[in-house]
Design a protein around this ligand. Structure first.
Ligand code: PLP
Length: 241
C-alpha cells in the first residue's frame, strides 16, 4: 500500500466531486479512518500531510494515538501537535473516560445517556469536546439515534444548558451496505434534511457538519452535502479483522 499515493488520489477525487456538485472545496474535510492499521501506517499518512483521523474502538485508539496527541518532544513533534482524532464507532459508557482524553470529536453520539457521561468526564478534565449526533438512516447495525425526533430531545437538553462541556456540531450517518446507489443517496439526503431542519429550529447552535461518505460512497455523499468524509480502505488498504 502506498499511503501517500492513495491520499493524493482520494483528495483529487474529493476535488472532482466538489467541482461536479458546485461545492466549495474548503467545505469538505477528509477523516482518515485508521482502525485496524498500525501506528507506522498512521505515521506515513501524517508525513504525507494528513492530520485528521478516525478510530472506532477506544482501547485501540488510545494505544496508537495517546503519544501522537500528547507527546511534546517526539521526532515529529511539530507535526503531531496538529494530529486530531475523531471517535466514529459506537461507544460504551465505560469507554467515555478514555475517549474524551484523546478525541476532539465524538462523531457517534447516539443516546442521551452517552451525552450525560461525556459531560461528566469532560467536566472532570475541564475540557470541551465536539460531538455529532449519529442518525440511523438505514444501515444494518441500527447504530445511531433512531429518528430526528430523538435527536430533538437531546438538542432540547443542550438548549437547557445541561451540557456546558459539549459542543454540538452536526450530524453523522452510515449509509446501508448496498450496491443500490439510490438507497445510499436517500440515506445521505435524509441526514442533510435532518440538519437543515435543526439549523432552523436551534439557531443558537452551529450544527452545520455532515459526516457522511466512506470509501465506496463518498462521492455521492459530497454531492448530497457532506462536510466530512470518513475514508479507511481506500487509504490504508483492506483491514485484517
Ligand atoms: C470503518 C468505518 C469507516 C471507513 O470505512 P471504509 O469503507 O474502510 O472507508 C467510516 N465510518 C465508520 C463509522 C466506520 O466504522
Amino acid at each position: 500500500m502506498n499511503i501517500k499515493n492513495n491520499l493524493e488520489k482520494i483528495l483529487s477525487q474529493i476535488d472532482d466531486a466538489c467541482i461536479k456538485s458546485g461545492r466549495d472545496r474548503n467545505e469538505v474535510k477528509l477523516v482518515a479512518v485508521s482502525k485496524f492499521h498500525p501506528l507506522n501506517e498512521i505515521n506515513e499518512a501524517i508525513n504525507a500531510g494528513q492530520f485528521l483521523f478516525g478510530e472506532n474502538r477506544v482501547q485501540e485508539a488510545k494505544e496508537k494515538f495517546s503519544d501522537l496527541i500528547n507527546l511534546q518532544n517526539s521526532d515529529y513533534a511539530e507535526k503531531s501537535q496538529n494530529v486530531e482524532l475523531h471517535i466514529i464507532g459506537s461507544l460504551q459508557r465505560n469507554k467515555v473516560k478514555d475517549a474524551v482524553k484523546i478525541a476532539s470529536c465524538i462523531e457517534s453520539a447516539d443516546r442521551i445517556e452517552l451525552l450525560d457521561e461525556i459531560e461528566k468526564q469532560c467536566a472532570k478534565l475541564d475540557k470541551k469536546i465536539s460531538i455529532l449526533f449519529e442518525l440511523h438512516t438505514g444501515e444494518e447495525s441500527k447504530s445511531g439515534f433512531e429518528s430526528p425526533e430523538k435527536i430533538k430531545e437531546a438538542l432540547i437538553l443542550f438548549s437547557e444548558n445541561r451540557y456546558p462541556h459539549i459542543i454540538p456540531r452536526g450530524f453523522m450517518t452510515m449509509a446501508p451496505f448496498t450496491e443500490d446507489k439510490d438507497l445510499i443517496r436517500k440515506s445521505f439526503k435524509s441526514l442533510r434534511e435532518c440538519r437543515d431542519r435543526f439549523l432552523k429550529e436551534f439557531p443558537q447552535f452551529d450544527l452545520s457538519e455532515l459526516s457522511m461518505g466512506m470509501s465506496n460512497d463518498f462521492e455521492i455523499a459530497i454531492e448530497e452535502g457532506s462536510t466530512m468524509v470518513r475514508v479507511g480502505t481506500s487509504i490504508f488498504g483492506p483491514r485484517n479483522y
